[in-house]
Design a protein around this ligand. Sequence first.
Ligand code: SDX
Length: 385
Amino acid sequence: MPDNGAPVINYGLVGVYIADSKICKVDGTAGRLYYRGYSIDLLAKNSSYEEVCYLILYGHLPTNEELDSFKKKLIDARPLPDMVIDVIEEFAKKQDPMDTLRSAVSALSAYDNKMDDRTESANLDRGVNLISKMASIVATIGRYRRGGGYVQPDSSLSHAENLLYMMNGTKPSQKDAKLLDLMLILHAEHSSNASTFSTLVAGSTLADLYSAVTSGIAALKGPLHGGADEAALKMMKTIGDPDNTETYIDEALKGKNKIMGFGHRVYKTYDPRAMIIKNDLMSLQENESQEVKTLTAIALRAEKMMIDRLGKTHGIWPNIDFFAGPIYVSMGMSIEMFTPIFAASRIVGWCAHMIEYWKDNRIFRPLEYYSGPLDLQYVPVGERK
Ligand code: SDX
């Protein structure tokens, strides 16, 4: 307790545990990440987003039958209701796509005719529906922003393939589909990050799953969180020429500006997801456009400088958002769609944590230390100076 009687305040809840969970382990010291006990490296190499969603939601890797049945549920839930398409058409070109996403997801609850059923099984079904529809909504937002119209989903395509198909109106290359599937796996879940915590706070009042994940979408938008991938790419585009990298970073740091895509509340070493994305980006180079090659060269020089300057001494290393931009550019993804894609992946983490938390629910109500005046006299408005 500080001398003036004020309590110790954990700003940003640094170091505070808010729940006991079996979904995800983030080892910030060793730079390791596990979904339900499986390391992200193994899942990135062997799994698919559909299989990872099943693992995160239900707690075990599915059998063939379980996976086939889960994939069919996702496929059957892909089509969007007309009114949701209308919401997207109305807003897609007028606002940030994360705002349109928030409105479209909120609208989905109008089509849930079992809203009073809050059993775990009903919420798991809602989670499957949200995973499927978030991808269709994000794809449709991207499509309308480019002047296109709604594309009916294709039930023969995988989750990642169909997202790109509904976004671009053409079937994706195997390279792009595989890359997106990997990005969806890597962004799927990350313990009590800001957007998952926001989801839990909203749901801890026993609001419904749509309301809870809408809170998660709102929190993910910020550049300190999910919006960092877009901000990092904007920085790379501003740098423009690899030879400008060191000067740009040096001036930014001198101005006490944060370099987006670096630093993490938990990882005090290289974010394992960033390493996987970087390695994939490096393996792409040969057949890539000059734009991707230039962005990659800038990213590598910025990475080296930031690690030299702040990595070993301050624990500020690349995080998942840093190398994501050049990967999405290589798929032809518009920069403003990066964070919506993050949301289309993280929906499974939000739902899994919310369903787990509801098993032993406790409303979040932290304390705030009041340091203002007390017992002031009320002066009628006519007598105030
Ligand atoms: C994600 O939580 C998760 O798990 C999130 C995520 C997930 O999967 O859900 O991993 C996804 O959001 C990754 C992070 C994406 N955000 C960015 O890349 C934005 C840039 N990074 C920073 O804003 C920051 O590192 C945070 C927000 C990620 C972490 O913030 P903290 O833990 O509150 O740390 P801080 O802001 O208090 O920084 C501590 C010090 C400060 O210096 P001092 O004021 O003490 O002198 O480190 C400095 C900061 O200025 N610092 C940076 C920096 N990040 C921290 N300096 C320069 N560049 C940076 N990127």
